[in-house]
Design a protein around this ligand. Sequence first.
Ligand code: FAD
Ligand code: SF4
Length: 510
Amino acid sequence: MKTLRLILGDQLNSKHSWYKTNDKNVVYCLFEMRQETDYVTHHIQKIIGFFAAMRAFSNHLKTNNFKVVYYKLDDKDNTQDLVKNLKQLIKKHDIKKFEYQLPDEYRIDQQLSEFCKSLDIESEAFSTEHFYTEREDLKAFFKGKKQYLMENFYRDMRKKHDILMAGKQPEGGKWNYDKSNRNKWKGEHQIPTYKYFKNDVSNIVELIKKSDIKTIGKFDTKTFSYPITRAQALDQLKYFCEELLIHFGDYQDAMHTDEVYLFHSRLSFAMNIKLISAKNIVDTVLNYWRKHGDNIDISQVEGFIRQIIGWREYMRGMYWALMPDYKTENHLENTNKIPEFYWTGNTKMNCLKNAITNSLDNGYAHHIQRLMVTGNFALLAQINPDDVDAWYLGIYVDALEWVQLPNTRGMSQFADGGKIATKPYVSSGSYINKMSNYCDNCHYDKKEKLGEKACPFNSLYWNFLDDKRSILVNNRRMGMMYSLLDKMEKDQLVNIKKRAQSIIENPDNF
Ligand code: FAD
Ligand code: SF4
């Protein structure tokens, strides 16, 4: 039967069972579309990366004699709309069956299910064969439970898939080595030179410019450095095992003015567009460790595995358990506008300047920069979570809604009232100072709460606790913070709140 198979831009899984046989009646299609470039303002490197990887994937299929229709952004037949392009191809190729892999984004999932309902030919959806879990597994696992704790899900994943287990017990005796993952990096272990790929993307850059697509961020070379093919993704993973795994856990939370990536893997883009599967990553890391890892402590390995089979699968499960209502939750009733400096990096606050500049230059910031610098400030300044989501969804090359939204609205902004994080991730300047060297060269003084030179995070922190008292005071994990607030002199709190207000009203002056 003549079949049309859709491949979305984040479904570049060459190991999918679709490609095990080559049926001449099957036509595959991939589209570069304004629908996707314009639904949020993306980082230029994100659009470049998607188009470059899609083109490489299409070429790979064509080289293997699969029949492929690829619409570049400026192809004359490209309607720039997913449904219209599909309808056009169904007619043109006299298609009798439409097949697609389940999208990870709710928006596209809705669009495709509506489309299938409207068709008068058969249609079928397939798993992407990328994740360990299917969409609804997490919801089923937590059925009847009040709280969806990541740690419970993670332990179950370890047991179910026999990962880092010694019989029924966790290998090494502990489920979680999070507490040993909290070192500040002071240059004691040299960070190896990064693995950069040199993918020539000058045609794509020209196309983006010619098409007048609104973008953010920088791209001033001709080559895209993240992996865009499976071979490159495997190469990046090998490099991670050989050079970075040894200190991954130790410095997972560290930040430094001279280092963008520290010991982080830079694998999120490759993983999210499915060049490489979660299982592939976990198996490779474990095999490497077992064969060559005599000098690599289990805490480094467990720290990494937890991110993949724990946080990543958990966030996806939460997304599907909680959408579509999740996208509009605003438990803390935050309504302020996002500061202009999020788009420019133009601020005297050194931590924010660094985290935002990294993001604008590289489409990348690591987890703690996202959570405890940009996310922390946005929450303390009580920014509208819609603004915060739009920023995070646009700025990172790895940003796709299924993973960005629960991380941003849930973990970082507590806008879901605690479905993901058990308490808001807020801190004064002292946490940032503990984990980085940002405060050393900052215009502001990390210790001061009041005065022109006082670190803005300090007054914002106490002001936040005071402003949100009625919502947060009964949270058991906030007890210590509120008892410290209650011990503060009334006059001091009034002055702190005045300073915080001046920051909230004019964040771009700071
Ligand atoms: P590493 O530090 O090397 O970690 C390895 C892998 O673990 C990552 O590649 C990623 O796949 C996975 N991982 C780690 N933490 C998480 C997490 N919290 N949720 C899901 N997967 C995780 N990640 C995205 O992939 N896309 C996003 O849009 C995204 N938005 C985020 C927004 C906020 C506010 C926060 C706090 C985190 C966000 N993350 C997101 C998670 C994390 O910051 C990135 O996955 C990570 O920084 C990517 O860099 P890396 O590949 O070097 O990661
Ligand atoms: Fe950031 Fe405050 Fe430290 Fe400056 S002093 S880097 S604003 S935490």
